[in-house]
Design a protein around this ligand. Structure first.
Ligand SMILES: Nc1ncnc2c1ncn2[C@@H]1O[C@H](COP(=O)(O)OP(=O)(O)OP(=O)(O)O)[C@@H](O)[C@H]1O
Ligand SMILES: [Mg+2]
Length: 454
C-alpha cells in the first residue's frame, strides 16, 4: 500500500524547511560580511601601530637605533583585553628590538610590495600579525617592523555578531513557523469539516453536499462528489424502479397460476381439469421466462463490473455457433435462417457468454415476431468496425417505438405472444458493457434490423 502523505506535513516541509534554510544562509552571509569589515578595521589599527613604531627607527652614524620612551611603550601595549607584541629587525643585522617570539612573515618578498597580514601563535595564544618594511631617513637599509596582537577582541566580536544576527533570525523562523502552522490548520479545516460531513451521512442520503462555505480548491472536490452522488441517485432510482417492475411482472403470472390452480381443484374429474392445467403450464412458462430474463439482465449488469472486458472473442465463431443452436427453432416455423460470416476472425474484447446471450435474444425475437416461411439473416463484419446484424422480413418495429423499445419491460401495445419486454434491454446492456452501440432500423428485407456496432 502506498504511504499516506499528510497535506500538513507536505506544506510544512515545502514552506518551513526552505524558510529555515534561507534564514541560516542569510545569517551566515551577513555574519561573514560583518566579520570581514570588523577584521579589516582591527587590521588597520595593527598597521597604524606598526607605522608609528617604524617612525621611531633612526639611522645614526651608519647604525640603526630604535628608541621608544617607556611611557609611549606603555600606551602602545595598553589594552584591557588583548596583549600586543612588536619586533623590529633588519634582514642584514638581525634583531633590533621588541619580542623574539613573533614568527617571521611567511613571504618576505611580498612584504616589500605591501604590508602582509597573517595568523600565527605566540606561546599557545592565537595572534594576528602585520609585517611591513621601512627604510629610515638617511639610510638605504630596510627594516622589518612586525606588530602582533592576540585575537580576544576579534573573537568576542565574532560571538557578538553571531548572536546579534542569529537570535532575531531564529525568532523570525519561530514566528513565521507558527503562522504557517496556524495557517495550514485553518486552511485544512474545510477539508476536515467536509470529511466529517460525509462520514456522518446515512448511506441512503444522496442529496448534494452543501458547498457554500468551502474554498475554491475544495470546491472541485465537492462538485465531483456531488456529481457522483447525482449519478448514484439516478442509478438507485432506476434500480428501485426496476425492482418494483420486476415484482409487479412476477406477481401477474403467479396470481394467474393461483387462480387456475383453484379452478382445477374445484373440478372433480380429470377431463374438466385439463383446461386449467394447460393454463397453469402456460403461466409457469411465462414465470420461468421472466425469471430467466431477469437473471440474464442481472448477469449482464454485473458480469464485467463496469470494467472493460479482458478476453478476446471471435464474433464470427460466436454468431455461427448460436445460429446453429437456433436452426431447429427456425425450422419449426419454416423460416430460412442464414448466416453471412466474415472471411477472417472478427476479434472484439469481450465476454463470450454475454455476447451469446445478446444474440440469443435477437434471434428469439426474429423467430418469435417474424412471419411464417420468412427469412432471417445474421451478418458479421470486421470493417470498418466489428459489427453484428440481425434482420428479418417480418412486420418490423415502427420508427415511433425506436426510443422506447430498448427500455426494460417495455413492449409496444398489441405485441403478440407473452414476452416480458426485457430482451432488447438485455441486448442494450450487454452492448454498453462492451463499449458498443445498438441501432434499430428497417431492414431491406422489410422487417426489423438490429445492429450492434463495436
Ligand atoms: N424482430 C422483431 N420484429 C418485430 N417486432 C419485434 C422484433 N423484435 C422485437 N420486437 C418488438 O419489440 C418488443 C420488445 O422486444 P423484447 O425482446 O425487448 O421483449 P419481448 O420479446 O417482448 O420479451 P422477452 O424479454 O421475453 O424477450 C417485442 O414485444 C416486440 O413487439
Ligand atoms: Mg424478446
Amino acid at each position: 500500500m502506498a504511504r499516506v502523505q499528510s497535506l500538513r506535513t507536505q506544506f510544512l516541509l515545502r514552506l518551513a524547511v526552505p524558510l529555515a534554510l534561507f534564514v541560516v544562509l542569510d545569517a551566515m552571509a551577513s555574519y561573514y560580511i560583518a566579520l570581514h569589515y570588523a577584521n579589516a578595521a582591527y587590521d588597520r589599527w595593527l598597521l597604524d601601530s606598526a607605522r608609528s613604531l617604524a617612525q621611531e627607527v633612526k639611522a645614526q652614524h651608519g647604525k640603526l637605533t630604535f628608541e621608544l620612551p617607556p611611557s609611549a611603550l606603555e600606551i602602545f601595549q595598553w589594552d584591557e583585553v588583548d596583549q600586543t607584541f612588536f619586533k623590529i629587525e633588519s634582514p642584514h643585522r638581525g634583531f633590533l628590538a621588541g619580542d623574539h617570539r613573533i614568527p617571521p612573515p611567511p613571504d618576505l618578498a611580498s612584504v616589500r610590495e605591501q604590508p602582509l597580514y597573517f595568523d600565527s601563535a605566540i606561546r599557545g595564544q592565537r595572534v594576528r600579525v602585520v609585517s611591513m618594511l621601512t627604510a629610515p631617513k638617511d639610510s638605504s637599509e630596510e627594516v622589518l617592523v612586525q606588530v602582533a596582537e592576540t585575537v580576544r577582541k576579534r573573537r568576542s566580536m565574532m560571538t557578538d555578531i553571531l548572536l546579534a544576527e542569529l537570535v532575531p533570525q531564529l525568532l523570525l523562523v519561530c514566528i513565521a513557523g507558527s503562522y504557517i502552522w496556524l495557517g495550514i490548520n485553518r486552511g485544512l479545516r474545510p477539508l476536515n469539516t467536509l470529511a466529517r460531513e460525509i462520514a456522518q451521512r446515512s448511506p441512503r442520503d444522496l442529496t448534494p453536499i452543501p458547498d457554500t462555505r468551502v474554498p475554491q480548491e475544495v470546491l472541485t472536490l465537492t462538485r465531483t462528489i456531488n456529481d457522483l452522488l447525482a449519478r448514484l441517485s439516478t442509478a438507485m432510482a432506476a434500480q428501485q424502479r426496476f425492482i418494483a417492475n420486476a415484482a409487479h411482472q412476477l406477481r401477474t403470472p403467479l396470481a394467474g397460476l393461483k387462480v387456475q390452480a383453484e379452478r382445477a381443484l374445484r373440478e372433480t374429474d380429470l377431463a374438466s381439469m385439463r383446461p386449467a392445467l394447460a393454463q397453469i403450464r402456460n403461466g409457469a412458462d411465462r414465470a420461468s421466462r421472466l425469471s430467466t430474463q431477469l437473471l440474464a439482465l442481472a448477469r449482464s449488469e454485473t458480469a464485467l463490473g463496469g470494467s472493460h472486458p479482458a478476453s478476446r472473442v471471435d464474433l464470427h465463431a460466436v454468431a455461427r455457433d448460436t445460429c446453429m443452436d437456433w436452426a431447429p427453432k427456425a425450422l419449426q416455423r419454416n423460416m430460412d435462417l442464414s448466416f453471412e460470416g466474415s472471411p477472417r476472425p472478427v476479434l472484439v474484447q469481450g465476454d463470450e457468454t454475454l455476447l451469446r446471450e445478446a444474440l440469443n435474444n435477437l434471434l428469439d425475437n426474429a423467430i418469435r415476431y417474424g412471419r411464417d416461411n420468412g427469412q432471417i439473416v445474421v451478418r458479421v463484419a470486421a470493417s470498418p468496425k466489428p459489427t453484428l446484424v440481425v434482420e428479418d422480413d417480418g412486420p418490423g418495429i415502427p420508427e415511433s417505438e425506436a426510443d422506447r423499445i430498448f427500455e426494460r419491460f417495455y413492449r409496444p401495445p398489441g405485441s403478440p405472444g407473452d414476452g416480458c419486454g426485457l430482451g432488447l434491454a438485455i441486448v442494450k446492456e450487454i452492448a454498453e458493457q462492451h463499449g458498443a452501440r445498438v441501432r434499430l432500423s428497417r431492414s431491406e428485407l422489410g422487417g426489423a434490423r438490429i445492429e450492434i456496432l463495436f
